[in-house]
Design a protein around this ligand. Structure first.
Ligand code: LLP
Length: 420
């Protein structure tokens, strides 16, 4: 479902014109659709039917309080990777008992905070982390429910920088060491082993890598049960891909859920899933204005007011994002490179892209940026962080305002010997 449609040649989100929001907010800005968030969440939820599944939204994809709150109201839990994300999830109303905590380098302070809040589980990734957690929990008089994140050594067939389940990646307990580490866990006073967990990568558009990994982990659970461990939870991570070029969605949530049921339901475990991109990716666009149209020697450039610091995915992962004019009242198309103002050649959103010819002052939209867009932004070139706007039917709200220059520069302090 596309919630960013054209009506009489003008892009609308739900029932608001994008150009009207731009007039009030100024450009560039991120724009999210509430209906899209709900549609994606419900699609996922309904796909699993009556299977005992806890959906833990991977908040790293989009940490805006209004976005997390939207999911909290739908009953979602959260997957977090830092104390900061945990605080955001709790503040937005996700109950601690629905929070799972992932990450390779949880610190003592972060562990203590999570234990005090009473989160659902820690996804532990190494032996040193296990010992550390047991020590912190024992000191606080608590017992930490844990799963081990195992590294299944499976190729997720996605971009190398977002592939996490191969043995050479830093993530998870090596496959061959899992039985041993589970035996260690059983001997520690501050730890209760409740399950296993994996996450093989992101933007995965085929079922096979998931299925291979889920089969491997199911077999492992059976072995661990034979070893005497009571395994009651299985956390399958996130990773389900989304369409970026207007293609059909693959795999469908229903196909994914059917496979999960077929491969793991005989275990009788509670299933936990950590979708990030799937829930928010297609729910957001980045609206930007053309500053100049420049005729280079070989190419024509649309120089826009958004840049790589606002959306880093194209320069970081060579990611493809559809770029369209907000006003599509005529059918002409021309080839352009679409670039930002930052002083780096990598500040390029698209090369040789066929797009409606535009002029200085025209608006364009970069699609499918709801996940890993605003959260990865920086203030490089002392550019202000881009505001975020959420639409709900006919209304919209600025859910993160554009900071002032004083907000940014004021974070610095002059060294005392320079301020005299
Ligand atoms: N669970 C864990 C432990 C993760 O590390 C991640 C993402 C997720 C769940 C959610 O994965 P998703 O459903 O969103 O694929 N910045 C990159 C993506 C990095 C993903 C990191 N981990 C990008 O822009 O493509």
């Amino acid at each position: 479902m596309n919630f960013f449609e054209y009506r009489d040649g003008e892009m609308t989100v739900e029932n608001v014109k994008v150009a009207d929001i731009a007039k009030q907010v100024g450009t560039p800005f991120y724009l999210y659709s509430s209906a899209s968030l709900a549609y994606q969440y419900n699609q996922f939820k309904e796909a699993f039917g009556d299977l005992d599944v806890l959906i833990c939204y991977a908040v790293k994809a989009n940490t805006n309080q209004s976005v997390i709150k939207s999911f909290a109201e739908m009953g979602s839990g959260a997957d977090v990777v830092s104390e900061g994300e945990m605080r955001r999830a709790l503040l937005a109303g996700i109950p601690a008992k629905k929070i799972v905590y992932s990450g390779v380098a949880k610190t003592v302070d972060e562990m203590a905070f999570a234990l005090e809040q009473g989160i659902y589980q820690f996804n532990v990734e190494s032996e040193p982390e296990l010992y550390q957690l047991s020590e912190v929990a024992t000191r606080l008089g608590k017992v930490a429910d844990i799963t081990f994140r195992v590294n299944p050594d499976v190729d997720a067939k996605t971009h190398a920088k977002i592939s996490t389940g191969k043995s050479e990646n830093k993530f998870g307990v090596p496959w061959v060491n899992v039985r041993e580490i589970c035996a260690t866990a059983a001997s520690l006073s501050g730890i209760k082993l409740v399950g296993l967990d994996l996450h093989i990568g992101s933007q995965i558009t085929e079922l096979d890598p998931f299925e291979e990994a889920f089969k491997r982990i199911s077999g492992l659970i059976e072995t661990l049960r034979e070893d005497g461990h009571e395994i009651t939870r299985l956390d399958l991570g996130g990773g389900l891909g989304i369409p970026y070029q207007g293609e059909e969605l693959t795999p469908l949530p229903a196909e994914y859920a059917e496979m999960v049921k077929r491969v793991v339901s005989h275990l009788g475990c509670q299933i936990i899933i950590e979708p990030g991109r799937f829930l928010v990716g297609n729910a957001g666009i980045l609206v930007s204005k053309v500053v100049y149209v420049k005729k280079g020697q070989e190419r024509k450039f649309l120089i826009v007011d958004a840049a790589m610091n606002d959306l880093v995915r194209p320069s970081m992962y060579d990611a493809y994002h559809e770029i369209v004019s907000v006003n599509e009242s005529h059918q002409d198309r021309e080839l352009f490179d679409i670039v930002g103002p930052v002083c780096e050649t990598g500040d390029t959103f698209a090369t040789n892209r066929l797009i409606t010819p535009m002029e200085s002052g025209d608006l364009l939209a970069i699609r499918s940026v709801g996940a890993y867009g605003a959260v990865m932004a920086s203030t490089y070139n002392t550019r202000r962080l881009v505001p975020e706007v959420l639409v709900n039917d006919k209304e919209f709200a600025i859910v993160r305002p554009r900071p002032t220059y004083d907000d940014i520069i004021g974070l610095d302090q002059l060294a005392p010997w320079l301020s005299k």
